[in-house]
Write a protein that binds this ligand. Structure first.
Ligand code: FAD
Length: 486
């Protein structure tokens, strides 16, 4: 079919969700055009050589429990386009001051056995999900206001995920290793851990780690983005970079437009369709709230991190924060607008699984911590948070400082300048607090349709939310295809 005879779709933004939506439509016979403001595609899933020495640094997402379990990435056959998941010996490690680290193994029995008196509780909590992880992922990675394909499993998951993480770990576990291991995963929600639904991430990340692992992408997360781009171009799609869209009327004529952006950005974008949004959609977009920001530091080292517990050096992901109570305090302080003295730090050591990430003799290390939304460092102490992150690394890896060759700091303003979807440094496309964590897009049965024919949102602000799994893009593309059938 000639290009002009095919239905046309414009996609604004080339994050993993924009690309997945485009790939789905391109495979369904549409002619898709993607418009990306940056010179490189991929949004918060891009990789780049930020140190200028040939190292590969993941600018956003680094580890992929969701990506490895994503039904849509499987469907698109990304492995045929060069995607390769690489696993380390342990998916995740959680070091302590004067005790052996807690380790998440890719096996529920092994993990449970390493957790002493909590082994039975750990197995009982995770066994059901681990045994049917694909059914659970099918049920979870979709809009929750639709009737689930697996209602019993969803009800079981609801029971485990509704309680606040603080209550959950105190009630379910007796000892620190299990409590801290669970709390570190729950803290990915970037929400006070005494809030409802914060157990969701604890259960989910642990279960994914014990089944699909927390792999990295060979050659950097950017290789996943490139695989998506290849699906698109193989089906005749076009990708235009360096093209910031401020008015959708400037785009070529198309039957549909999909926005891979978040609500506050959609409210300031111009165009005839956007000026016709129904009041209900405008209210929904205005009510959208953003969560804490992120402060990221990429490190170039002259060797591996000298962890006190050497097993930590065999995990691609490390949670630094010590005991569960300390992590709870750090996250509460961030949510109260303060910078913790001892922040909870996510650490990525991609080279443990993917040696090609840096030239011989060098190592890249990816770290970030939560900070209040829009946090701006004081001019007198620009590296305060970077120093606090380094303090946590020194605490669990004495001598870390002497391995540093270079570092690159991204405060919330720098992150947002690079990618405007990271509003105030929020990497989740919107707060994960309360019902907004469950009802992405707000209280609506139509989170992708914007209430004007032909206009859709497909970013992480729509269900099932943040992470590199492509599912918001996939569901948005499905909404387009359904609408065209009617
Ligand atoms: C530091 C960091 C660490 C993370 N860690 C992980 C992790 O380890 N694992 C994980 O699964 N997820 C992680 N995430 C989250 C994950 O990266 C995001 O949830 C995901 O990338 C969201 O995809 P998206 O397509 O919705 O938006 P984005 O990836 O944000 O892409 C949006 C794109 O739209 C473009 N754009 C915006 N406005 C316009 C405009 N007006 N015109 C044209 N283009 C525009 C942007 O430049 C960008 O390229 C992390 C994110 C960050 C920032």
């Amino acid at each position: 079919m000639s290009i002009t005879a095919r239905p046309q779709a414009n996609i604004v933004g080339s994050g993993p969700n924009g690309l997945t939506a485009a790939a789905m439509l391109a495979r369904a016979g549409w002619h898709v055009r993607i418009f990306e403001r940056n010179t490189a595609i991929g949004g918060a899933a891009a990789s780049a050589d930020v140190f200028g020495d040939g190292s590969i640094v993941d600018l956003g997402a680094a580890s992929h429990p969701f990506g490895a379990a994503s039904p849509i990435f499987r469907y698109l056959g990304l492995e045929e386009y060069g995607l390769e998941w690489l696993h380390s010996e342990y998916p995740m490690a959680h070091p302590f001051d004067d005790a052996p680290a807690a380790i998440l193994h890719r096996d529920v029995r092994k993990t449970a056995r390493s957790l002493g008196n909590d082994q039975i509780a750990w197995r009982l909590i995770h066994r059901g999900i681990v045994n049917s992880i694909d059914d659970y992922m099918d049920a979870i990675l979709r809009p929750l206001l639709r009737f689930p394909d697996h209602p019993v499993k969803m009800a079981q998951f609801g029971l485990l995920s509704t309680p606040p993480s603080t209550w959950f770990v105190r009630t379910a576990f007796r000892e620190e290793p299990a409590r801290a291991l669970f709390t570190g995963s729950a803290a990915h929600a970037s929400t006070p851990l005494g809030h409802p639904f914060t157990s969701t991430f604890g259960v989910l990340f642990s279960a994914l780690g014990m089944t699909r692992g927390w792999p990295v992408v060979k050659g950097g997360t950017g290789a996943l983005v490139n695989a998506l781009a290849q699906v698109i171009t193989a089906h005749g799609g076009e990708i235009h970079t360096g093209q910031e869209v401020t008015n959708i009327d400037d785009l070529p004529a198309a039957r549909v437009t999909l926005l891979d952006i978040t609500p506050s950005q959609a409210l300031v974008m111009r165009g005839k369709q956007l000026s016709q949004l129904p009041e209900s959609t405008v209210h929904r977009l205005q009510r959208w709230r953003y969560g804490p920001g992120v402060y990221k530091v990429d490190w170039l080292l002259d060797g591996p991190v000298p962890w006190a517990d050497q097993r930590v050096g065999k995990a691609t992901t490390v949670h630094l924060g010590g005991q569960a109570a300390e992590i709870r305090l750090a996250e509460a302080q961030v949510n109260a607008g303060r910078i913790p003295d001892r922040p909870f730090v996510m650490v990525g050591q991609p080279q443990v699984a993917d040696p090609c990430r840096a030239p011989e003799g060098k190592h890249v290390l990816w770290t970030y911590t939560h900070v209040p939304n829009g946090y701006r460092p004081a001019a007198s102490d620009r590296e305060y948070v970077a120093d606090a992150i380094q303090g946590q690394l020194e605490r669990f890896a004495p001598g870390f400082g002497s391995t540093i060759l270079d570092k690159k700091i991204w405060d919330p303003a720098a992150l947002e300048q690079w990618n405007p979807n990271l509003v105030g440094g929020d990497i989740a496309g919107g707060s994960m607090t309360g019902f907004q964590s469950l009802l992405r897009g707000g209280l609506t049965l139509e989170p992708y349709r914007m209430g004007v024919p032909g206009l859709y949102m497909c970013s992480a602000a729509t269900p099932p939310g943040a992470g590199v799994h492509g599912m918001p893009g996939a569901w948005a593309a499905q909404a387009v295809l359904e609408d065209q059938r009617h």
